[in-house]
Design a binder for this molecule. Structure first.
Ligand code: ZN
Length: 404
């Protein structure tokens, strides 16, 4: 080791380091690589000043031999960043980009709980691309918030042609999610409702938790289940027929309801954990689902799950049926505008739409003035920097500037 002291970094060691399997008694190439890695690591003396680091998303599939003392014997879990971490990560990725003075990184950090470092990097890149596409030189808050949705739900698909009937269904479906989410105490606040397709979603309701959530309470989960059901229930009440549009909602709801019973011990079945859910994350190996309970228990689990789902459905149903007029208004506004956010969204959810309409011109003018002021300030700053660095536009970091 002539380079000692040094740090050796291995990225994604799971590609060679996943568990060895016996395949017809033959030693695969992958196994040879792993053996080589193991013996090489044994060669490092603890006082020779060689530190081997590796990063993986799947520590559970690594061969146990890799994790023995003297090899990768210490594990540091890097979780998704909290609000302070996110702000610091955003600062790093904003460094080489022309960021406008209205862009508040701490504010962005607050509205991006659950984002990973890669998501945040992606967010800043998307903002730069969007800015370049619009022929602008400076990234403003508007581009950042639009990019946030691209990161969460995929790019807008305005080209998709939907007939009136489908749009009508989507408008009620999203209004259903939004209104149930707004009226239940423990659900995440709704920030935006849109019936423009994004990625695979036909429409979406953007709700963002107020803070980083570490623990979920039963009442929060029950409210969330009702929000999931809100879309389908709206179709039941306000459309002639139900559609497949709710399949993803129902899948997520069923999963959560089952977890409440089998993993979180929050049902009348008690606090026992049923099944071995952790094994599902062993991507490299197939354990199947180990059923460590009787058929009778399985039946009771199914019953409890069905009960929780029914309760969520009925709660959503009561809310939406009680607010039928408001639902009609929300759907008609969505059909006309396609997207509502900010104060418009709040007014719609608080059922104060007429009051909002009366003030809308004022609100929009104020917002535009604010943006114009920020832009003027940026232009001044840019001019002050002269032609040197200031001339670098957002386009410099964008390989493709075509609208997608
Ligand atoms: Zn839905």
């Amino acid at each position: 080791m002539k380079n000692a002291p040094c740090i050796i970094f291995i990225d994604e060691p799971d590609s060679v380091g996943h568990g060895r399997e016996v395949k017809n008694g033959a030693t695969s190439e992958h196994e040879q690589t792993l053996n080589q890695l193991l013996s090489a690591m044994d060669g490092f003396d603890s006082n020779k000043g060689v530190v081997v680091l590796a990063a993986t998303n799947r520590p559970e599939v690594l061969d146990p031999a890799l994790l023995r003392p003297g090899r990768f014997d210490r594990q540091i879990v890097v979780d998704t960043p909290d609000v302070r971490g996110r702000e610091k990560i955003l600062t790093v990725h904003a460094k080489d980009k022309p960021i406008g003075s209205d862009v508040d990184l701490s504010k962005i950090a607050k509205i991006t709980p659950g984002f990973t470092g890669a998501d945040l990097a992606n967010l800043m890149n998307e903002s730069a691309l969007l800015t370049a596409r619009r022929g602008k030189k400076i990234i403003t808050m508007r581009e950042v918030s639009e990019s946030m949705e691209r990161v969460i739900a995929g790019p807008e698909r305005k080209g998709r042609v939907l007939n009136e009937r489908t749009k009508h269904t989507i408008a009620y479906h999203e209004s259903g999610h939004a209104l149930v989410g707004h009226l239940l105490d423990h659900a995440d606040p709704v920030h935006k409702i849109s019936i423009i397709s994004r990625g695979r979603a036909l429409g979406y309701t953007l709700s963002i938790p107020d803070e980083d959530k570490v623990l979920n309470s039963l009442s929060e989960m029950k409210d969330e289940l009702a929000v999931f059901m809100g879309g389908r229930v709206a179709e039941e009440i306000f459309c002639d027929d139900v559609t497949t549009g709710a399949s993803n909602d129902l899948e997520r709801a069923s999963k959560m309801a089952r977890a409440i019973v089998t993993q979180y011990g929050m049902s009348p079945l008690g606090t026992q954990v049923f099944g071995q859910p952790n094994h599902e994350v062993f991507l490299g190996r197939d354990y199947g689902n180990t059923q460590d309970y009787s058929e009778e228990t399985a039946r009771r689990i199914d019953e409890e799950v069905a009960k929780i789902m029914k309760e969520a459905h009925d709660r959503a149903h009561k809310i939406l049926a009680d607010h039928a007029d408001q639902m009609d208004l929300m759907a008609s506004v969505l059909l006309e505008r396609e997207t509502v956010e900010g104060e418009a969204c709040e007014a719609l959810l608080d059922n104060k739409w007429d009051e909002y309409l009366a003030r809308e011109d004022e609100i929009i003018a104020a917002k535009e003035a604010e943006e114009a002021a920020a832009r003027a300030k940026d232009a001044e700053l840019l001019a002050a920097q002269g032609d040197g660095e200031g001339a670098q536009t957002a386009a410099a970091s964008s390989p493709d500037a075509g609208e997608t």
